[in-house]
Design a protein around this ligand. Structure first.
Ligand code: CO
Length: 161
């Protein structure tokens, strides 16, 4: 178990297009394990590698439902549909929450830690979390999509990514 330090905004790495992973080795597995531990430690539902200072297209998502932990390496969005608007936060912006509109459905392709390609479909909150994390890998922060920032009394049950 290793909890990494989270990079908070502003930081150059957070607004940078991350590099593709080319080596699916033990080190990658360790990074994924540490990212999971870090996400859990800080009560997040997702975490992207640049948020722990790594220039790599790696993200984890776990919204604590039956989907379990989703590990995404070099993820690509294949399809997006619909629209949803809801509250969003980010572990790199402690205490900041806002309403963000995103596609309601997403279909992605990514690799797992062993280098096996998979596709995944998601809707609603899971789709939101996945798209938030993939945005991180392109240096896109949720603040660029916030339509309205939320006040403390509107934050019941909102989690960070
Ligand atoms: Co985030």
């Amino acid at each position: 178990m290793a909890v990494r330090r989270i990079v908070n905004y502003p930081a150059e790495i957070l607004e940078h297009k991350c590099k593709e992973v080319v080596k699916f080795d033990k080190k990658l597995g360790k990074v994924l394990d540490d990212m999971y531990d870090t996400m859990i430690e800080f009560d997040g539902v997702g975490l992207a590698a640049p948020q722990i200072g790594l220039d790599a297209r790696i993200a984890v998502v776990d919204i604590d439902d039956e989907s379990g932990t989703i590990e995404m390496i070099n993820p690509v969005i294949l399809e997006q549909q619909g629209e949803q608007t809801g509250p969003e936060g980010c572990l790199s912006f402690p205490g900041l929450y806002g309403e963000v509109t995103r596609p309601n459905y997403v279909r992605i392709e990514a690799f797992d830690r062993k280098g096996r390609k998979y596709t995944l479909e998601a809707e609603e909150f899971l789709a939101r979390a996945i798209q938030h994390e993939i945005d991180h890998l392109d240096g896109i922060l949720f603040t660029s999509k916030v339509t309205r920032y939320l006040k403390e009394d509107e934050l019941e049950g909102v989690e960070g990514e």
